[in-house]
Design a protein around this ligand. Structure first.
Ligand code: NI
Length: 193
């Protein structure tokens, strides 16, 4: 793997998100990258550099933050680094196969896409998933119960949709923690489920 290229990608998203978000997107992208690398080493046939770049760049053209077409941010970064067109196409195809809203219920065709999708979903689970849910809810004026609804509608379902064995292993304690959190929340909130 080209370490300089990976470092440049980290520097690129740091700059990109510092002007366009509150920093949660950078931290999220770096956690997804870290999860993806942990999964990738257990999948020896994968193109690990493509996994690394796609995970770091997976939100670089997120429509909530950027008004770009055709993954323009990711593509222009990769071109600036001299990555060849076929590799750029592959990385973009991974990025586009990962989005939850665009691909509800669909499994990415490539192993690399399945790894990055798992890495992204893991970051919606566990303590970080809980923190992200309430941070988002607070920003949008949603009551706490709305966060609990979101756990039932989305986060508790993620475990069963994972693609790789390593991600399933990583997900188990995160899922258990989510369930435990809901139990405590409901007990303190006076609801019985
Ligand atoms: Ni993401």
């Amino acid at each position: 793997m080209n370490d300089r290229l990976i470092q440049n990608a980290k520097d690129y998203i740091k700059d990109l998100f510092s002007g366009n978000s509150d920093g949660h997107d950078l931290d999220h992208s770096l956690r997804v990258y870290s999860n993806a690398m942990t999964i990738a080493v257990t999948e020896p046939s994968c193109d690990i550099e493509a996994v690394a770049l796609a995970s770091l760049l997976h939100d670089a053209d997120d429509h909530k933050l950027f008004d770009t077409e055709g993954n323009a941010n990711a593509v222009s970064f990769l071109r600036s680094q001299g990555v060849d067109d076929a590799e750029i196409d592959f990385i973009v195809s991974i990025i586009n196969s990962v989005s939850f809203s665009k691909n509800r219920g669909k499994t990415p065709d490539s192993l690399e896409g399945r790894i990055v999708q798992d890495a992204d979903r893991l970051d919606a689970m566990g303590a970080v998933g809980i923190a992200r849910t309430f941070a988002y809810g607070g920003k949008h004026g949603r009551p706490l119960e709305g966060g609990i609804d979101h756990f039932h509608e989305k986060l508790l379902l993620l475990k069963d949709g994972l693609n790789t064995a390593k991600a399933r292993e990583m997900a188990a304690p995160r899922h258990a923690f989510l369930e435990e959190f809901i139990e405590h929340f409901n007990a303190e909130n006076g609801n019985q489920e």
